[in-house]
Design a protein around this ligand. Structure first.
Ligand code: PRP
Length: 214
């Protein structure tokens, strides 16, 4: 029997996913040990799990290095890969928003000359170009995007907001809502055909948790 391989986004998403899988009877003892290892095996169940940087998870799944991935909808929207998105896990909830200083609100509504700092250039383009029909300048950053409007790099940011505390602590606020985000299960297109039975069983097992998926 071949292994079914999971690619998980390192950190809280991976931890929550393993908690959930455990409730369906899927475990990986090796993963509970404190180590710097990146790949773990459950030999008996013929399962492998590896931990990757969130933005790389869709790449591993699209190329078939992993059969199943668990990733935030934010990364899926930004990466636009050829995958099956099969399940919303309901955790990792946050939302995409345009944020900035309160006084920029009017410029945001009227101006066609906005600078937008973001870790998510594709989502920002999609929102401003396609939805708002505005030509804005997108400035790509890799983290701490909230600095953009504070140091004068940008007028606004496009980012994920969870509790809103980073915005509040930096004198910024949500100006426009873009869309909700949560953790999703994705499956490689070939694996879905070749390992349909085993993969469906795993997905159905998670679905059967019902209300626990929140
Ligand atoms: C994310 C996001 C916001 C913050 C939102 O950043 O980019 O900065 O979390 O969460 P909050 O609404 O609960 O404050 P992350 O912690 O991933 O760090 P980064 O900005 O360095 O990427």
């Amino acid at each position: 029997m071949e292994y079914i391989t999971f690619a998980l986004a390192k950190g809280r998403l991976a931890e929550k996913t393993m908690e959930l899988l455990e409730k369906t009877g899927i475990t990986c003892e090796e993963m509970k040990e404190d180590s710097r290892k990146l790949i773990f095996v459950n030999e008996e169940a013929k399962l492998k799990f590896f931990l990757a940087k969130a933005s790389d998870v869709p790449t591993y799944v699209e190329h078939g290095s992993a059969d199943i991935g668990v990733i935030g909808k934010d990364t899926l929207l930004e990466e636009t890969r050829n995958l099956y998105e099969v399940l919303d896990l309901g955790f990792g909830k946050c939302r995409f928003a345009v944020a900035g200083k309160a006084e920029i609100r009017e410029k945001l509504e009227r101006s066609n000359d906005l600078r937008v700092a973001t870790k998510y250039p594709n989502i920002a383009k999609e929102y401003f170009y396609k939805k708002k029909h505005k030509t804005v300048e997108i400035i790509k950053l890799h983290g701490s995007v909230e600095l953009g409007p504070i140091v004068g790099l940008s007028d606004v940011i496009v980012d994920i907001v969870e509790t809103g505390s980073t915005l509040r602590a930096n004198g910024l606020e949500v100006l426009e809502e873009i869309c909700p985000v949560s953790a999703r299960v994705v499956v490689n297109r070939v694996s879905m055909k070749m390992e349909h039975e085993r993969i469906s069983k795993i997905i159905e097992g998670i679905k059967s948790l019902g209300d626990e998926l929140k």
